[in-house]
Ligand binder design. Sequence first.
Ligand code: KG4
Ligand code: ZN
Length: 334
Amino acid sequence: MKILAIETSCDETAASVVDDGRVLSDVVASQVSFHKPYGGVVPEIASRQHMAHIAPVIRRALSDAQTDLGAIDGIAATAGPGLVGALLVGLQTAKSLARARGLPFVAVNHLLGHLLAARIEEEGVVRPEFPYMALLASGGHTGIYLVKSEDDVTCLGSTRDDAAGEAYDKVAKLLGLGYPGGPIIDTLAAFEGPAREFPQALRQRRSYEFSFSGVKTAVAQHVSRLGGPPDQDEISAIARGFQRAVVEILVRKVTLAAREKQVSRVVFGGGVAANKGLRAHAAKVCAELNLELFVPPFSRCTDNASMIGYAGYLALAAGKRTGFDVAPRANWPL
Ligand code: KG4
Ligand code: ZN
């Protein structure tokens, strides 16, 4: 069963062809350079860029998969959560294609896509069996999910304020490092050297909630106490301390959840899961606790359409269909 999948929830225009759960093509047109001058995603710009790129990205996904629309058996698209104007472009395109071609259509939850990304079949990649404890950490969401199957996902806790990726982006902006902040801070933090101390909110609570606005404020207060712009060494020391605070709390909570729910597998998803410091720290802690860790390849952590195609394939193959009256959703909790 060949699925064409479309993802436009934020600032990547993405399309993919997935055949019986295997990825045949995976095209992502990033808009980062258009949002960079503003230090974050500007919704209006995102919608306009999606409009400009959606058709060529779909054409490219079909040609990379050496197929065409005539050979497609179903269409999947992200319907939320995300920016409504951005979602609208991909969702409307998907509905139009499905209606014009008389193909089955399914709307996919973006969070479910991230949570299942580690299970995408790929040569040489070991996939986690169900059940697993998932940490989803991206620019828009941060939470812990018990995943028993693609139809049985329970959110155990999420952030009370900023998402982890959002905190990375805001701290990078504050330090004048550019956008997106995650990879830049990750690179700076990788070098040995001193690290400033920043708080880890809700550390002692036996809950799976997070809060990242405090650490962001602590960085801002630290910078203002310096009495002038931080030099390169100071920026690196801040990056190391901030990264340590975020990474430690993420790993602490997801491993706590795995142990409490007696689940032996830990799975990562979302853009922040691309973080090298997070991957290294999680590998160490999981080994100590006898937990198996599964992290998708970098390109499947950040936004992509193959994860939407994979989730869409499972839904369509199970006979699920979405009506053409479905609307984009800014919020769509799992
Ligand atoms: O999953 P994603 O591509 O989009 C959303 O669904 O939000 O995640 C984007 C977020 C951004 O905040 C970006 O700074 C962060 O993921 N990110 C990282 C890294 N790469 C991307 N954060 C920390 N370390 C990274 N290496
Ligand atoms: Zn995402």
